[in-house]
Design a protein around this ligand. Structure first.
Ligand SMILES: C=C1C[C@]23C[C@H]1CC[C@H]2[C@]1(C)CCC[C@@](C)(C(=O)O)[C@H]1[C@@H]3C(=O)O
Ligand SMILES: O=C(O)CCC(=O)C(=O)O
Ligand SMILES: [Fe+2]
Length: 371
């Protein structure tokens, strides 16, 4: 049974926002039921179980930062091989403080198990990525993901945002996510250096381009599910951003990558962070590097938490593949665009899957040829 809320006060404002009337769906409040609402059902073609475990390369950032030229080259070659096939790799010896990683995960669970009226005070507003979402049911009316999210954006202070929406007692929580986001930003720039080396565009090329990057730090919470085979935690998709650094809790599986014609599980590796190439970076390589198609599945026995750090170019910067990556006998696959245009497109389209960037590229081409 869905959790229905008549919008008793303007501040909730749920009925006007939710496309399917005044009903929102909260997986933490549905986890103990026998069955799940049909709005969470996904097509059978998208819930085919994984049939393998991905042997993802572990890129050692300590080697990259301090190693000799030949060991750095070896890391760059391993990175290139992974990015040319499925756009997915792990980073180890990444230098991010374990305490901040654990604290951010623990705090996210404390938030998601809070009373609904507390969570709704931080509910995402139209056209904003900031805030709480219950299964995206404020946006979608079918194929709902079995998850709740809390997203922090880089436009403004996380401390102020949390304090003003939830109260001063939440400001310390904001400090933790500001520290977390700062550490992830630094790690992003190191990864960008290695990506530049792997593509022979030079160590500084992408580092400089993303020096002023924007980001979205998103806490995902996947409660245990009574019918996990019928739904998805996060459905099959590619991230539209440039890069995603994912911290997943160490003792729960769920993340899967589509490669080699099948879904392959990516079990957590203690001390490793997951990194996947997104559509924006794929476009910046003229499709030489692949945007990773992935999903998160749920189970009936345990909850799962993850924190995704989404790296987006500064929103008005022109995204264009480096000339050296567009060979003499290959054409540019994308007209120039900005993250602002692609982000808007992701928020308009009903679903963001592994083909969405191609629709976006076609629309870009149509609009540029009609000018
Ligand atoms: C710009 C973004 C949109 C999403 C969050 C960031 C990068 C990843 C996107 C997303 C996770 C891709 C799958 C579908 C989605 C709706 C989700 O399941 O959350 C996407 C995010 C979003 O639109 O909120
Ligand atoms: O939680 C996960 O394992 C993956 C989440 C994800 O892909 C996303 O939020 O884009
Ligand atoms: Fe993703």
């Amino acid at each position: 049974m869905a959790t229905s809320f008549m919008s008793t006060s303007k501040s909730q404002n749920i009925s006007e926002d939710a496309p399917h009337g005044n009903t929102i769906f909260i997986p933490t409040m549905l986890a103990n039921k026998q069955t799940i609402p049909e709005q969470f059902f996904w097509p059978k073609s998208e819930t085919v179980p994984a049939t393998g475990i991905l042997d993802a390369p572990k890129i050692d950032l300590q080697v990259v930062l301090t190693g000799d030229a030949s060991s750095v080259k070896a890391q760059a070659n391993a990175l290139r091989a992974a990015c040319e096939t499925h756009g997915f790799f792990l980073v180890v010896n990444h230098g991010v403080d374990t305490q901040i990683l654990n604290e951010a995960l623990a705090l996210s669970e404390q938030f998601f198990i809070m009373p609904l009226e507390t969570k709704l005070k931080a509910m995402q507003k139209k056209n904003s990525m900031w805030g709480y979402s219950g299964a995206h049911s404020e946006r979608f009316s079918a194929n709902l993901p079995w998850k709740e999210c809390l997203s922090f954006t880089s436009d403004g202070s996380i401390v102020e945002h949390l304090g003003s929406s939830l109260g001063k007692e939440f400001e310390p929580m904001g400090v933790v996510y500001e520290k977390y986001s700062g550490a992830m930003k630094n790690l992003t720039l190191s990864i960008m250096e290695l990506l530049g080396l792997s593509l022979d565009t030079g160590k500084d090329y992408y580092r400089d381009f993303f020096q002023d990057c924007e980001y979205i730090t998103r806490c995902n919470y996947y409660p245990r599910c009574p019918q996990p085979e019928l739904t998805q935690g996060t459905g099959p998709h590619a991230d539209p951003v440039a890069l995603t650094i994912l911290h997943q809790e160490e003792d729960e599986e769920g993340l899967e990558v589509f490669t080699g014609g099948k879904w392959q599980s990516v079990p957590p590796v203690p001390g490793a962070l997951v990194v996947n190439i997104g559509d924006t970076f794929m476009a910046m390589t003229n499709d030489i590097y692949k945007s990773c198609v992935h999903r998160a599945v749920v189970n009936r026995h345990s909850n799962r938490r993850s924190i995704a750090f989404f790296v987006c170019p500064q929103r008005n910067k022109v995204i264009r593949a480096h000339d050296s990556l567009v060979g003499p006998d290959s054409k540019r696959l994308y007209s120039d665009f900005t993250w602002s245009q692609l982000e808007e497109f992701t928020q308009e389209c009903r679903r963001y899957d592994d083909q969405t960037i191609k629709y976006f590229a076609e629309r870009l081409l149509e609009s540029s040829s009609s000018e």
